[in-house]
Structures are given as C-alpha cells and as structure tokens.
Design a protein around this ligand. Sequence first.
Ligand SMILES: [Zn+2]
Length: 271
Amino acid sequence: MDRTNLYYINQGKRGKVDLCNICKQSASLSWDHVPPKGGIDLKPVEQVTILQHLTGNLEEQKPQISQNGVKYRTICKDCNERLGHSYDPVLNRFALGVGGILKSSIKILPIIHYKTQPAVLIRSILGHLLAAKGIIDDVVVDQKIREFLFDDQAQLPEDIKIFYWIYPYREIVVVRDVIMPAVRGKFDQVGFFTGILKYFPIAYLVCNLEQYEGLDELTIYRDLKIEETVEIPIHLTNIRHSTWPEMADNGNFMVGGRNLNSSVHARPRKA
Ligand SMILES: [Zn+2]
C-alpha cells in the first residue's frame, strides 16, 4: 500500500446507488452522521485517517474538511431513518445528559448513575458502526449485527460486548475492525475489536472480550426489553488519555484491514 492510499479517507464514495451497509439492498445511499445528529454540535471538522493520526504524519497530507461532522455515505434512506427515529434519540439524550452534568458540576463525583434504555443505546451504537465502513464486507460480526439491529425481540449474540468510559474530549474517533492485545502489555492473546466510537462525553468499544481494562460493560443489560430503563454507572474520574486505547505504545499495537481507511480521527476545525 503506498502512502497516498494509507491516508486516503474512504467514507463511502461508491456509486450513488449501491448496497446499503445495513440491509444490503441496492438503494440510493444517504449520509449517516457518526456519531448521530442531535447528540453533538455539527461543526466543521478536520479529519485524517486513524493511521495518519497515530503515526504523527500530519504534515504529509492535509486533513480533509467536513463542514458538518464525521459522516459516511453508506446506508439507504430507510435504514438511516429507522436508526434516526427508533434508536438515536436515546443515545443523543444520554450524550447530552451526561455532557450537561460534566459541564455543570462544580465538584465532580467519582461515579454517577444515568437512567437510559440500554437495549436502544446498544442498537444505536452498533447501527452507526455498521455505517462507518467505506467498503461493505461480510465480516461475521457485521452479519450478526445486521440480523439483530432492527429486530427489537432479537438477542444480541454473547460474543459481542460493548464497553464504555468517560471521554471529556472534543475529538471524534471512529475505528472499525482492528486487532489489539486482549490485555495491554501482554502480547500473547488478542481481541477482535469491531468498533471504537469516541465522542464527548462517552466513548464506546465493541469487541469479543469478556472484559477490557476494567471498563464498565453496557451489554450486561443485553436481556432487557427495548423499552426497559436502568440507571447505568458512569465512572467520571476514571479518565483515559484521548488516544486510548487505540494508540500504539509499550503495551499495545493495532492491526487492521482495508477498512482502516474508513477509520478517522476528527477534531474541530481551527478558526
Ligand atoms: Zn438499508
């Protein structure tokens, strides 16, 4: 792969009519905002591929500007609207609600509990991660998510876990399909990470591991019905570095495939 390819961002510049990443029907493709509209200020961002960001070669190729956040033209209008109507409002309320607490607290408590609908939250996160791939493929996990997503009675397969943590940063990070050590600092076992989605004020990690670095797990609520609410814990003082966990350091490496070109780091555009 030459350098140009390494830094080219693929957010779905396929034909206007192509296969939808979610329903896999041939349709007119629409733009999906990741994270979704309504939970974030849609401002101009400078985007680079995650590899470009992590290797620090920011001078070699100019960041790509998007006027209204990170987005992918990869899903059909129907899937986009179903996600937007059925699931995104819960994820957006969660992001805005927790964000409001972070911004207004004089004294930050070590832990808060925030009432939400985990089954909806799970679907919103997984749906947008499906969209966040320029190249549609048949990765097994994606197939499992497709079967689960719009079926409100469906059980999320046990090998799909979602973890979350507080993320008090303005950068948006979207990563798909990478392999990293299952335990940082131990290179004898790896995990498959279907997705990393980070944006203020919570970050999410989807993987096949039972646990990851002591993070809270969202999928322990996988058996709840779609309308059921629960107060989930958020550890406000357990703050990780903004490039955690994808950064390569003494305890970590990251390996990926073609869709690394759809994995981006975006920051607010400098005025
Ligand atoms: Zn579709």
